[in-house]
Design a protein around this ligand. Structure first.
Ligand code: DQA
Length: 140
């Protein structure tokens, strides 16, 4: 399987920002681990990050026919981006929503995701392992 691991706004600062919430490991380091995790199971992971909402939509459009699935941490876009929601609904490639933190144990605005309804499933609260559990959902 070929999976796209797609991170959205502010996730490039993982390891630097709010370390008590997101840990001290950089996104680059997490991504290398996710690529190795996929390879160890006979699969391929391609990791991308952008702070731009429209670019996430474009990457989702372009994933059609190229990837078997998308593991998406849209960051704060999760809570209000109808554009990303519609992009997910517009393609056949399945998307699993991911959050490193337990968004339900945080601020009220984080409890609402406008994406979950159009995703295959959701994994949250397990730090970088949220990505791994979401990846496993494609091959288990
Ligand atoms: C996040 C949770 C979001 O609420 C937040 O805006 C993020 C990261 C997470 O991985 O826990 O940027 O998606």
């Amino acid at each position: 399987m070929k999976l796209l691991i797609l991170n959205g706004v502010n996730l490039n600062l993982t390891g630097k920002r709010e370390q008590g919430v997101y840990g001290s490991e950089s996104l680059e380091s997490i991504n290398r681990e996710l690529e190795a995790f996929a390879a160890a199971h006979g699969h391929t992971a391609v990791c991308k990050q952008t702070n731009l909402e429209g670019e996430i939509c474009t990457l989702i459009h372009e994933a059609e026919g190229k990837y078997d699935g998308i593991v998406l941490n849209a960051g704060a876009f999760t809570h209000y981006s109808y554009a990303i929601r519609d992009a997910i609904a517009s393609v056949a490639v399945p998307v699993v929503e991911v959050h490193m933190s337990n968004v339900h144990a945080r601020e009220e605005f984080r409890r609402k995701s406008v994406l979950t309804e159009v995703c295959r499933g959701e994994v949250l609260g397990f730090g970088k392992n949220s990505y791994k559990l979401a990846m496993e959902s494609f091959w288990l």
